[in-house]
Design a protein. Structure first.
Length: 166
């Protein structure tokens, strides 16, 4: 597990930086990345206030992203959780590929409604599933891998709002 703090400007406007965001990253194995990503996400987010149905949908999303990463991009691979004031607010699957622009396009493109669905057609629906299950609160961006520092692509999705804990 890798952890880093992202400094942000002081809300008081004094120019000081403080660490509001915390990113925790886990390395994902090239084989079994989807399974490991699901396990990590469930372990980090299980319990109230998320319902089992919402958690199941988030597992589908992270599984799709991890599968795409290992299928279409070079490793290493990471799962990241971004926390704001201690609450998880965003998850991201990161790979060493350079496909952020293409992925962003694919996440946001409208899919044509086919006259009939070919049951034997494989692929092409994963990012659409991600967009649907996250209600469009997803995207792709260039970033750096936490473990190696190399340039990478991160595909992120926002997590449902969680109430602040005392």
């Amino acid at each position: 597990m890798l952890t880093e703090h992202v400094p942000v400007p002081d809300p008081g406007g004094h120019g000081k930086l403080h660490s509001r965001f915390r990113i925790t990253a886990w390395c994902l194995p090239p084989t079994g990345a989807a399974r490991r990503a699901r396990e990590l996400l469930r372990h980090q987010l299980s319990g109230p206030p998320l319902t089992a149905d919402v958690l199941d949908e988030l597992e589908i999303v992270v599984s799709e992203l991890a599968t795409n990463a290992t299928r279409y991009a070079p490793g290493p691979y990471e799962l990241r959780l971004l926390r704001d004031h201690g609450l998880p607010v965003r998850a991201e699957v990161v790979d060493a590929g350079a496909g952020a622009t293409l992925i962003e396009y694919l996440l946001n493109r409208p899919l044509p409604v086919p006259d009939r669905i070919d049951d034997f057609e494989v692929g092409g629906r994963g990012l659409h599933i991600v967009t649907e299950l996250t209600h469009g609160r997803c995207g792709a961006q260039r970033t750096r891998l936490c473990g190696t520092g190399q340039l990478a692509t991160g595909v992120w999705f926002e997590l449902p709002a969680l109430p602040h804990r005392p």
